[in-house]
Design a protein around this ligand. Structure first.
Ligand SMILES: Cc1ncc(COP(=O)(O)O)c(C=O)c1O
Length: 433
């Protein structure tokens, strides 16, 4: 550890409120490129977490950086909701084109939570209803409303009181099926259960159902193929809107530009953030014009939302992802990596209960025994060993026992092979403990 590292950490401790952070990763990052990050001494780390699934086009993607620099030389801020400027106009046109269905009116904000807040608000105003249904194991942000619809006690503790009128549906978590059924014969009970929730837990005045197409913080939970079609059928029957929270799944991460496309369902609203602008802060929610119109003058605004530099970066990001076929490549790389994890690691280490994911959104769930007792301490230890061996990964899951592999999508096959070898080494060391 050099003096720069120590003084940075000391300043963090003294001046940044990190009391809510469980544990800072013990690395001081100086710079980054592609799928690699470097610490203050120039030591290289392979990044398989991408700043929590953000740098999809790679760290400091040259096209994104160039677009942002050119924009910075022209205009940094004017407020997209007071004055017209080109970047938000061009970006909203692109989003209308590339999102499914008739989603064509975007509202820009800054963070994932803000995009979800806006989605909830517009759903309420359009339907003139006030209740929401969300999934157990979900995560939608850290503001009061987004925590209210988050289905995880650990995220919500000490944050209440929360909004009323929120109901939760059991999650499509096949590895730990809430109904203890088998995937092959369950007949999608978890999706059909939505009807029970509407009938017995709500007043019937439900504005929207919100779900992540793949649950990220909950543990990379991939719903079965027909899940969202079954859900959508029930929602249509009760004229309830469907909000897809694509904050973590969007922009190629799962092998499609938006993960809901895997399920061939068109949501009424899509919220997006994280991977939208190559690391520049930006978020948005997009909906049909008939829904968008329920905002009336003065209802909603954001000072920084639609920032010209972030929007210019987002345009370059989307162009790069599509011109280079990054989503398809991510799908292929992810399938390959999952296969290797299953064939090479899962067979060797009983600690691995399940490997799952889509594209480069991959979870490795760790369990202590055949009863699937969550192995959270082991997950934390493996993350630590990986970092000591210069591989950055995430840990999540409602039980804190899921390793998260969510690298920049430009990661190469060779780099993934390196990640596999380091993971192998980490598991073998844990095995010996
Ligand atoms: C699915 C999902 N929704 C919303 C959020 C909140 O995003 P932000 O941290 O940008 O507010 C997150 C963050 O992890 C997320 O994963």
């Amino acid at each position: 550890m050099n003096n720069d590292d120590i003084s940075i950490k000391q300043k963090y401790e003294k001046y940044i409120n990190t009391y809510s952070v469980k544990k800072m990763e013990d690395v001081v990052i100086s710079h980054a490129e592609g799928a690699l990050v470097y610490d203050m001494r120039g030591q290289e780390y392979l990044d398989c977490f991408a700043g929590i699934a953000v740098n999809n086009a790679g760290h400091r993607n040259p096209k994104i950086i160039q677009a942002a620099k050119e924009q910075m030389d022209k205009l940094v801020h004017c407020c997209a909701y007071v004055y017209y400027s080109e970047p938000p106009a061009l970006l909203s046109e692109k989003l209308a084109y590339y999102t499914p269905g008739q989603l064509d009116k975007t509202f820009f904000s800054n963070s994932g939570a803000e995009a979800i807040e806006g989605s909830l608000r517009i759903a309420k105003q359009f339907t003139e209803r006030y209740e929401f249904i969300a999934l157990q194991c979900s995560f939608h942000g850290r503001t009061n409303a987004t925590l209210s619809i988050t289905g995880n006690r650990k995220r919500k503790q000490e944050g209440g009181p929360y909004l009323s009128g929120i109901s939760f549906v059991p999650p499509p978590y096949c590895y730990r099926c809430p109904f203890e059924l088998e995937k092959e014969s369950c007949n999608l009970k978890c999706a059909r259960y939505l009807r029970e929730v509407i009938d017995f837990q709500t007043s019937g005045s439900v504005a929207a159902f919100i779900a992540e197409p793949i649950l990220g913080e909950g543990g990379i939970i991939v719903p079965p193929q027909n899940y969202f079609q079954e859900i959508k059928k029930i929602l249509e029957e009760f004229q309830i809107l469907f909000i897809a929270d694509e904050v973590q799944t969007g922009f190629g991460r799962t092998g499609k530009l938006f993960a809901i496309e895997h399920y061939e369902v068109v949501p009424d609203i899509i919220a997006m953030a994280k991977g939208i602008a190559g690391g520049f802060p930006l978020s948005a929610f997009i909906t049909r014009d008939e829904i968008a119109r329920s905002f009336k003058p003065g209802d909603h605004l954001s000072t920084f939302g639609g920032n010209p530099v972030s929007c210019a970066a987002a345009i370059a990001n989307i162009d790069f992802l599509l011109e280079e076929n990054i989503p398809e490549k991510a799908l292929a790389k992810g399938e390959n990596f999952i296969l290797k994890l299953k064939n090479e690691l899962m067979k060797k280490y009983d600690l691995i209960g399940e490997v799952r994911g889509k594209g480069l959104m991959i979870g490795i769930e760790l369990v202590k025994d055949k009863e699937k007792t969550p192995a959270a301490e082991e997950a934390a230890k493996i993350r630590e060993i990986c970092r000591e061996n210069r591989l950055l990964i995430g840990v999540g899951g409602v039980y804190g026992n899921v390793l998260r592999i969510q690298p920049p999508l430009v990661i190469t096959e060779e780099q993934l092979e390196r990640a596999l070898n380091i993971l192998d080494k980490a598991f073998s060391l844990i095995d010996k403990c």
